[in-house]
Design a protein. Structure first.
Length: 326
């Protein structure tokens, strides 16, 4: 399916060096912000308090969130859990130790402890009638470290799997180009979150892993067309082959990524705070994924010296004496 067909190939590879320089600068800036500012991890990674509450009817999440913000909590996580009447609230340790929620500990003189009744009156009540706390759990920083290491391991395994798949399906040069382009996308997303200090949660990590798979899919489409063009257009040079492959997939790229972005945009603006950063990470990943798959991976393949012989093995000539009986 195509909305339009471009009759004349666009000379993308003529500007390959410019595209790679832009990518390199963007990548270096993202790394700088990651090292200089770091990520603003959510309580899943840093530890904190998780509070669950039940209501007799659908809960007013905005009412709970606004009540917590008024007490001085910066970015409380308030979302439904299982049903519209069940709510889970996540707060960092420092927010749970807000003096507003503390009362003297009857067992330890001079010490204060988290008071369920105070918290319920201030934060749970604005959520609707009949609201009550059902559980309070403390998430230790050790659990956060395990989640961070597991997330990094998942990212590494995905990258290795992508490299192995592309090396088997195409050729090692395509594998190297695709993984560089995909890691470019990941670092750019993390760079945005570091620069703006947006909260990095498990849902954002899931979005980063989704972008990896989404981006490699675009690379495979372009690489498939490169291989097909090598077979059909034997008179084309390598840059001309890549230009033709990219140009012939532009319509498909617009349809696929446009439809995906429509859904992601609806989550971004209508999904509320729970889905906001998830959708934001996907939006950044989709936009840079298009750029990297087309204008980063393809030039790298060209710089690595891909040729027709890498993808199309010469046919063995049949021996005239083969099968002859003496």
């Amino acid at each position: 399916m195509e909305f339009f067909r471009i009759r004349r190939d666009i000379p993308f590879m003529k500007h390959a060096l410019v595209f790679n320089v832009i990518s390199a600068i963007t990548f270096v800036l993202a790394v700088f912000f990651l090292l200089h500012r770091g990520l603003n991890y959510s309580i899943e990674f840093t530890g904190g308090v998780v509070i669950q509450a039940e209501y007799t009817q659908a809960a007013n999440l905005e009412g709970v969130r606004d009540a917590l913000v008024k007490t001085g909590i910066g970015e409380p996580q308030v979302q439904n859990f299982g049903s519209s009447s069940s709510v889970v609230i996540r707060m960092a340790d420092k927010d749970a130790n807000n003096p507003t929620f503390l009362s003297p500990d009857p067992n330890n003189a001079g010490k204060n402890v988290f008071d369920r009744d105070k918290f319920s009156a201030i934060a749970i009540a604005p959520g609707g009638a009949g609201g009550k706390i059902t559980s309070v759990e403390v998430v230790g920083p050790q659990v956060g470290k395990e989640l961070a290491s597991d997330g990094a391991l998942a990212l590494l395994l995905v990258c290795l799997g992508i490299m192995a798949y592309l090396a088997l399906r195409f050729e090692w040069k395509f594998s190297v180009a695709a993984i560089i382009a995909n890691m470019h996308d990941v670092v750019i997303i993390l760079g945005f979150f570091a620069f703006f200090q947006w909260e990095f949660s498990l849902s954002v990590l899931a979005a980063v892993l989704a972008v990896l798979g989404y981006s490699v899919n675009e690379s495979v489409v372009v690489f498939d067309r490169v291989r097909e063009t090598f077979r059909k257009r034997r008179a084309f040079t390598v840059p001309e082959v890549i230009n033709h492959a990219i140009t012939s997939t532009i319509s498909r790229t617009i349809i696929t990524h446009g439809c995906t972005q429509l859904m992601v945009t609806s989550m971004l603006f209508l999904g509320g705070p729970t889905l906001h950063y998830f959708a934001l990470a996907l939006t950044i990943g989709i936009l840079f994924g298009i750029y990297s798959s087309v204008l980063v991976a393809s030039p790298i393949v060209m710089w690595l010296g891909v040729s027709r012989a890498d993808l199309i093995k010469p046919e063995k000539k049949k021996d005239v004496n083969d099968g002859a009986v003496v």
